[in-house]
Design a protein around this ligand. Structure first.
Ligand code: ARG
Length: 568
């Protein structure tokens, strides 16, 4: 609609300004009494050599756009009022015609954006931080696609580093193959923790671990075999969670993948005379950038996390030719990504600016960081299972005769955890409280899912009762008025919301949108009785409205990675 208004205004103003400019200036008034849109005329005054008041008044007398009922010039603003009957036709016909494509944009024109997310560490539990990265990253990848880019989802697995020397040492001393096979993450993590305890008493263990890591780097058969096995069993364990949450990746190239790709970058750094020695290690000074030096190579020649990320950035540009390369990683790594970009910039790499770190806050439990260290581990699988359990209890109370209860309990249980993580702006910390997330009222996943299920049930009942519903195209929805207006407006804001969420890398805008739409739908639902409606046209039009709510809500939830059960 905004676009249509902008087109007409640009015409009337006389091509002094572009449609884009005009569209950007259109505002949404704070109060609906001041119209549904407002166009401030102040910026035009200079070029048009007229006062804003005069411009607004001229525009008002000439303006005609289908769907706009009236216009009013007020203090240099042109206020525009939607004709809900005509506007409903514009909006609803589009939703019903496009279905799940509603809100799809072509901004990206198929260009690639790589998105690095989840990226857990082998042989360690999937932390709450990794859950946040997984859930936020997945939603962002969906938004990237919805805005017309191609998303390449990369799981940069933490599968290299000195810790593997420790793990091999520990496994060879105290490990039990069967135990590791049975619950790999728990066992390997235990071994790792045990290694640290023992190393405090017997420091020579550290030397042994260093040796094993050097062997691993040198391609020693035994070391490689163990490492490969640890990696495989860990990935299998992670994939359980990915399957449950219905999350996929295009690449699992982790840190180890870059082992043979770092030479090139190190060479370039040498050529550019950026590497400096500092007590035996190789570093890049970043004083001009007001950053601490970036460590590239240790004394013993071992490379680091940062070295592998440099190689990964170069590899990704070469392989995917991205227009942007996004990293969904917690706040605590902000410095790392600043250094990464600074080093690339020092190499005069023009796309250094296309690297984007999308940080997020912590997951808190009882006011403290939810941690998985020190042997006391909260396993994500257990958290998710508990959530499904709570969902099952709720369903048993609310709707004991529901078919495929198991499936719905999973959709609600997983959806609740994901939605909870997405509904607050990612930079804020999140309080982890299962009972809160699973409430059916308030700003929760189940609340939105329940609104969706209600809408589905209603549509199904109405279609059975009325025979079959026609998909008549209405030129105007004459039965509509103020009751329908808020829903129509909300539905029409879907695309704009997606655009903003994608621009700000902020899925919480979509979560809030889903809550708003659900609330408006519930209010509407309480006020109208479609099944009993005797006016067939009104009944049909109301049904089209509800179907449009369904389509929009389902697509909103899909963007967040949350399922929409038809019944619950
Ligand atoms: N594995 C790392 C961690 O758990 C996250 C990796 C993020 N991605 C990257 N390219 N650095 O902290």
């Amino acid at each position: 609609m905004k676009e249509k208004i902008a087109e007409e205004l640009t015409q009337l103003i006389g091509k002094e300004f572009t449609i884009r400019e005009i569209e950007d200036w259109i505002e949404k008034p704070k109060f609906t009494t001041m119209g549904d849109f407002a166009f401030p005329c102040f910026r035009l005054a200079k070029k048009l050599k007229k006062s804003p008041v005069e411009i607004a008044s001229n525009l008002s007398s000439e303006f005609t756009v289908k769907g706009i009922e009236k216009t009013e010039p007020v203090n240099g603003y042109l206020n525009l009022y939607l004709d809900v009957k005509a506007y409903a036709a514009v909006v609803l016909n589009e939703v019903l015609e496009k279905g799940s494509d509603y809100g799809q944009m072509d901004t990206g024109k198929g260009q690639v954006i790589t998105i690095d997310f989840s990226s857990p560490n082998i042989a360690k539990p999937f932390s709450m931080g990794h859950l946040r990265s997984t859930v936020i990253g997945n939603a962002l990848a969906n938004l990237i696609e919805k805005t017309g880019y191609k998303a390449i989802r990369i799981n940069h697995i933490g599968d290299w580093g000195t810790q593997f020397g420790k793990l091999i040492t520990a496994y060879k001393k105290w490990g039990d193959e069967n135990k590791v096979k049975k619950s790999p993450i728990v066992e390997l993590h235990k071994l790792y923790v045990y290694f640290h305890e023992q190393a405090e008493k017997y420091p020579e263990l550290e030397e042994e671990a260093r040796l094993w890591f050097r062997k691993l780097e040198g391609g020693d058969e035994e070391a490689l075999e163990l490492w490969t096995w640890f990696r495989e069993v860990s990935l299998e364990a992670f994939s359980i969670v990915y399957n449950q949450l219905n999350i996929t990746f295009d690449s699992y190239n982790g840190e180890a993948f870059y082992n043979d790709k770092m030479e090139g970058v190190i060479e370039k750094l040498k050529e550019a005379a950026l590497l400096e020695e500092s007590s035996g290690a190789m570093v890049i000074r970043l004083e001009e950038e007001a950053l601490p030096p970036c460590l590239i190579q240790k004394k013993d020649g071992a490379t680091l996390y940062a070295t592998r990320d440099l190689a990964a950035a170069v590899y990704r540009k070469g392989t995917y030719n991205f227009v942007k390369s996004v990293y969904v990683v917690g706040n605590e790594q902000s410095l790392h990504f600043k250094q990464l970009k600074a080093v690339l910039a020092k190499l005069k790499i023009i796309w250094a600016d296309d690297l984007i770190h999308v940080p997020f806050g912590m997951m808190l439990k009882d006011g403290k960081k939810m941690s998985t260290r020190k042997g006391k581990i909260v396993l994500l699988e257990e958290v998710l299972a508990e959530s499904v359990n709570l969902a099952k209890q709720a369903i048993n109370e609310k709707n004991p005769s529901l078919p495929n209860k198991e499936k719905v309990a999973q959709q609600v249980g997983f959806g609740a955890v994901m939605f909870h993580d997405l509904k607050v702006f990612r930079q804020n910390d999140v309080h982890f409280e299962l009972e809160d997330m699973l409430r059916f009222e308030g700003e929760t996943g189940p609340y939105v899912q329940y609104a969706y299920a209600r809408a589905s049930t209603l549509v199904k009942k109405a279609e059975t009762a009325t025979g079959h519903s026609s998909q008549a195209l209405y030129e105007t929805f004459d039965s509509f008025g103020e009751t329908e207006r808020p829903l129509i407006m909300k539905i029409s804001e879907f695309e704009e919301t997606i655009k903003q969420a994608a621009d700000d890398w902020d899925p919480s805008k979509i979560a809030k949108y889903c809550i708003d739409l659900s609330q408006l739908f519930n209010q509407y639902y309480a006020r109208t009785s479609i099944l009993k409606e005797s006016n067939k046209v009104k009944q049909e039009q109301s049904l089209q409205l509800i179907k449009s709510v369904k389509i929009t809500l389902k697509e909103g939830l899909r963007l967040l990675g949350v399922a929409a059960p038809e019944e619950m």
